[in-house]
Design a protein around this ligand. Structure first.
Ligand SMILES: [Zn+2]
Length: 165
């Protein structure tokens, strides 16, 4: 697993949770890297970076990605931080319910996928309009719909995508 892959798989939220921090409602935590009385570290969940606004912090006004965060936290080299990131990814997977479940059979997996797309018909007016236009009753026919959002956002999971392919 290379650096790019780690960055695409390991979320900032997972790293924060791993070290037992809890962000406030502004997505801030007390900076772990200097003596911080008020939460000076801003977490950016979109970019998976963290930034400390204090001027006397050893992060020196630099934006931290997940690997940098781990590196500072572990007081380690980048190489060691990368291994630590792999470790975090490794043992978070089995107990995380949302993620790919390897024990599912091919049929069960496809069944879940079908259910997902079937529910999507129900939730989409354009899909229902289209089916009506084609005189297809989505309650009677086995039909699904993908708005093209399936593998985006929170559902972006490389394992699920690989399994679908
Ligand atoms: Zn700091």
């Amino acid at each position: 697993m290379d650096i790019q892959e780690i960055k695409s798989r390991l979320t900032l939220a997972e790293v924060i949770k791993h070290y037992g921090y809890k962000a406030d409602k502004h997505n801030r935590i007390n900076c772990p890297f200097h003596d911080d009385k008020t939460p000076s570290m801003q977490l950016y969940y979109k970019t998976h970076t963290a930034y400390c606004f204090s001027s006397n912090c050893r992060t020196n006004g630099k934006s931290l990605d997940v690997i940098d965060f781990v590196m500072h936290k572990e007081n380690s080299s980048k190489h060691e931080a990368i291994n630590k990131c792999k470790e975090i990814l490794g043992y978070q997977k089995p107990d995380s319910k949302e993620r790919y479940q390897p024990e599912l059979s091919r049929e069960q997996f496809l069944g879940n996928m079908y259910q997902y797309f079937r529910n999507a018909v129900h939730n989409s007016k354009p899909a229902k309009d289209y089916l009506q236009h084609r005189s297809l009753d989505h309650k009677k026919t086995e039909i699904g719909y993908n708005a093209g959002q399936f593998h985006h956002g929170a559902r972006k999971d490389e394992n699920v995508i690989a399994r679908c392919l």
